[in-house]
Design a protein around this ligand. Structure first.
Ligand SMILES: *[C@@H]1O[C@H](CO)[C@@H](O)[C@H](O)[C@H]1NC(C)=O
Ligand SMILES: *[C@@H]1O[C@H](CO)[C@@H](O)[C@H](O)[C@H]1NC(C)=O
Ligand SMILES: *[C@@H]1O[C@H](CO)[C@@H](O)[C@H](O)[C@H]1NC(C)=O
Length: 511
């Protein structure tokens, strides 16, 4: 009882602090003559992950010879080196709706104060519909997660050798409280943006998308963003997707269109989608640039407004209703979730035939696995890379009525090179920004840190990711192999000694 009261007190105090900071920010901004009322909450941090293939010509099949875990880079260094300059891109009328009023935020925050606060943490939640989040569940999540809201303003930021236009085009979703949903954080070059619509139709929640747009790739990137927002007869992209753009300081586009201007004019939708181009025709390819996959991942992660994030590849489409089911599971906080050990939540990944419909439930997926129209991810490219602890048992187990942890695994032993895609938080290690996609193993260093920190890998029972239809086969790529060889020795000779100093070692952990 004492504990409940104390938690409740802390909870209320945190709300009050939030509101005070917001009001202060509102005054501050209006004092500066900022247009409209801006919302400036508190913490800034981030991360992001996964993403797989990328950047081979489309017809080149990706050769995934190993599992690639992740990379951690030193987040403090990143933060201290990123000079945040005030944005030159003010809120546009088009995007103004994404910065909701203080009154709206206050109302939203107050609505999560539980009606019977004394019992918040002690009572069993009565969850009737796993696909919906009740006020009681949201209040419980708020208390359990103890997260803070973040800033959602455009900013021009330096990140190592890169310039980042963070929140270049913002989603129209308005205020997002950090506990109420999950952000899918991902990245691409504009030629992959055909994936945005199928992705958001299944995710139905915020997507933070970092686009690598060096030099002349920015113009078609902007056209692609406009096309996605204006031409697909579908509000979901406007509603949920926030676009960030970044490029090397050696390849700054000659002209950087101002969203405040271009969003005022509807795009001419008679043209073909600007992202439907031959991947070999991009500026990036013509200059033989490597894809800075981990800069992209970190940019997308840093901008996510929610406590939980799903750093993933833009070609991986999540199973429907994943978010409410996951958050209801978190709110129940039953064993093994009620431990204090660091954890992430891996999601099983599958490929399906080019011609089939992407499955919506585990039951449908299982039927396809039997017919062989679905297979475990990269079965023909790198059979062991994505082996997941108890993977066969997972495939055999029937779908259940609620989301639960299927198995708690470790990245050790047979799974020492495991490269899972998982729901995590901003606390997880970053990706090492010195690694390229072409060099492979770009996520291994993050995986190593997760192992040394003894993370639990809580594999989710009914959730899954489906790769954009089309089953991949192994193909040799000598040029990429050469780059991979160099990156591999860089990881071994430079990064590993750093990680050992920073994080120490643990038996059974390897890169
Ligand atoms: C933005 O909207 C406000 C009111 O909705 C309007 O007065 C103003 O002219 C608009 N600005 C632009 C640039 O369209
Ligand atoms: C859109 O583009 C088409 C073809 O390029 C052109 O014929 C048409 O007039 C344009 N529409 C508008 C509204 O500009
Ligand atoms: C977690 O919950 C279980 C019951 O579901 C309980 O037996 C156990 O003591 C709890 N563990 C912690 C660390 O609170």
């Amino acid at each position: 009882m004492m504990l409940g009261n104390r938690r409740n007190f802390v909870f209320r105090v945190s709300i009050v602090i939030n509101i005070v900071v917001l009001l202060y920010a509102a005054l501050h901004l209006s004092g500066n003559g900022a247009p409209g009322v801006e919302w400036v909450p508190i913490t800034v941090d981030g991360s992001e992950r996964t993403a797989e293939f990328r950047y081979l010509n489309r017809d080149e099949v990706r050769n995934e010879t190993e599992t690639r875990p992740i990379e951690s880079s030193v987040k403090n260094i990143e933060e201290s080196t990123s000079q945040k300059t005030p944005s030159t891109m003010a809120t546009t009328n088009k995007t103004a709706s994404s910065t909701a009023s203080i009154a709206e935020l206050e109302k939203k925050l107050l609505s999560i104060v539980p009606s019977e606060p004394e019992t918040t943490n002690e009572t069993i939640l009565d969850i009737v519909d796993e696909n919906a989040l009740t006020d009681a569940t949201l209040a419980r999540l708020r208390t359990l997660l103890g997260c803070n809201e973040k800033d959602f303003l455009p900013q021009t930021i330096q990140r190592g050798d890169f310039w980042v236009l963070k929140n270049y085009v913002r989603a129209d979703h308005g205020i997002i409280l950090c506990h109420e949903t999950i952000t899918y954080t991902t990245h691409a070059g504009f030629e992959f943006l055909d994936n945005v619509q199928p992705l958001v139709e299944r995710w139905m929640a915020p997507v933070s998308l970092a686009i690598h747009a060096p030099g002349a790739d920015l113009a078609p990137t902007v056209d692609s963003i406009r096309y996605l927002r204006d031409c697909l007869n579908n509000d979901l992209i406007r509603q949920y997707v926030t676009f960030h753009v970044f490029f090397s300081n050696k390849h700054i586009p000659s002209k950087i269109p101002d969203p405040e201007t271009f969003l005022l004019t509807p795009f001419n939708c008679t043209s073909k989608p600007p992202y439907n181009v031959d991947a070999s025709s991009t500026y990036m390819k013509s200059k033989s640039l490597l894809y800075p996959v981990n800069v992209a991942r970190n940019v997308a992660r840093d901008s996510a407004l929610t406590h939980f994030i799903l750093p993933s590849d833009i070609e991986l489409y999540p199973s429907p209703n994943l978010i409410p089911r996951f958050l209801n599971m978190i709110a129940r906080n039953e064993k093994p979730l009620n431990s204090t050990k660091p954890r992430v939540f891996p999601i099983s990944i599958f490929e399906v035939d080019a011609k089939v419909q992407v499955p919506s439930t585990k039951t449908e997926l299982q039927a396809m696995l039997i017919k062989k129209t679905a297979i475990p991810f990269h079965k023909y490219v790198c059979p062991n890379c994505h082996n997941i602890p108890q993977g066969q048992q997972w495939m055999n187990a029937a779908e259940t009525s609620q989301m639960d942890v299927f198995h708690v695994g470790k990245r050790r032993g047979k799974y020492v090179h495991w490269e899972p895609i998982f729901i995590g938080t901003h606390q997880d290690p970053y990706y090492d920004e010195r690694l390229s996609w072409e060099g492979k193993k770009d996520k291994m260093t993050q995986g190593y840190i997760l192992c040394v920190k003894d993370y639990d890998f809580m594999i989710l029972n009914n959730a899954f990711l489906i790769h954009k239809p089309g089953i991949k086969h192994y193909a040799k790529n000598p040029k990429r192999d050469a780059i991979a060889g160099r990156q591999s020795s860089f990881v071994k000779n430079v990064i590993m000694p750093e990680l050992k100093k920073l994080y120490g070692v643990r038996n059974g952990c390897a890169l």
